[in-house]
Design a protein around this ligand. Sequence first.
Ligand SMILES: CCCCCCCCCCCCCCCC(=O)SCCNC(=O)CCNC(=O)[C@H](O)C(C)(C)COP(=O)(O)OP(=O)(O)OC[C@H]1O[C@@H](n2cnc3c(N)ncnc32)[C@H](O)[C@@H]1OP(=O)(O)O
Length: 226
Amino acid sequence: MARGPAQATDTGRERIPRKGRVSGVSGATNRPESAGRPSLTPPPDATAPARHPDAPAPGELLGAHYDQCFGCGEGLPHGLHLAARADEGVSVTAEFTVQPAHQGAPGLAHGGVLATALDETLGSLNWLRRAIAVTGRLESDFLRPVPVGSVLYLSARCTAVAGRKIYSSAEGRIGGPDGPVAVRAEALFIEVKLDHFTQNGRPEEIRAAMSDPDQVKVARAFEVNP
Ligand SMILES: CCCCCCCCCCCCCCCC(=O)SCCNC(=O)CCNC(=O)[C@H](O)C(C)(C)COP(=O)(O)OP(=O)(O)OC[C@H]1O[C@@H](n2cnc3c(N)ncnc32)[C@H](O)[C@@H]1OP(=O)(O)O
């Protein structure tokens, strides 16, 4: 049977051929899915990250980028409510209190939730550079169990930039900001244009986000890459 480039699957979804995926839509990468995973080590031509002149001052709260964000949004009862604070250079700190809704094993935080906390903290670094970026790769290590009720003290720093690729790392400590490291991660974020969201996101939420009366959030979405 002849097969076209895109085939219907039994779920009714379109299956994109593995090789040579082509798309005019931002967010659907042209890299074949079979491509090797690029290194999390910056290439030799990478440069040091530069803080944007209008970035929040060290110590200032960054605020949520979207109130329905599971990581930082204030509108989700079971979200992480992670509040990141600017630090020196291109680095941030954040705190996250593990709630009963975040359990994996009884009394312990779910590893995926901890990875989300790392991802969100790493993502907030991009605001200090005024770049819109999404997580391309996140590699996490879980070193100690994190009990419900504990505060995870997170810190993250951007280490290098190479074109659209942003390299960063983060760690989360328990028992205090100088306590033992419980989780850590290395990440590669990829800079994207606003159309990554407007063309791929569900229209209802995109419309709602665009008409958000909180001008700061809207400005944050648009006043990037000036
Ligand atoms: C109204 C609306 C307002 C919205 C206001 C938004 C505000 C700001 C919200 C931020 C929100 C944050 C929230 C927390 C962080 C998330 O959770 S983000 C959500 C999770 N991440 C995703 O959904 C990303 C899904 N992936 C994709 O969309 C696409 O694969 C990507 C990442 C955009 C890349 O696709 P692409 O643009 O076609 O890029 P591509 O040319 O393939 O690659 C560019 C370079 O990056 C490298 N690369 C790409 N992907 C990878 C990878 N996975 N691993 C390693 N290297 C990679 C390539 O090797 C290439 O390197 P070079 O050849 O240049 O050396």
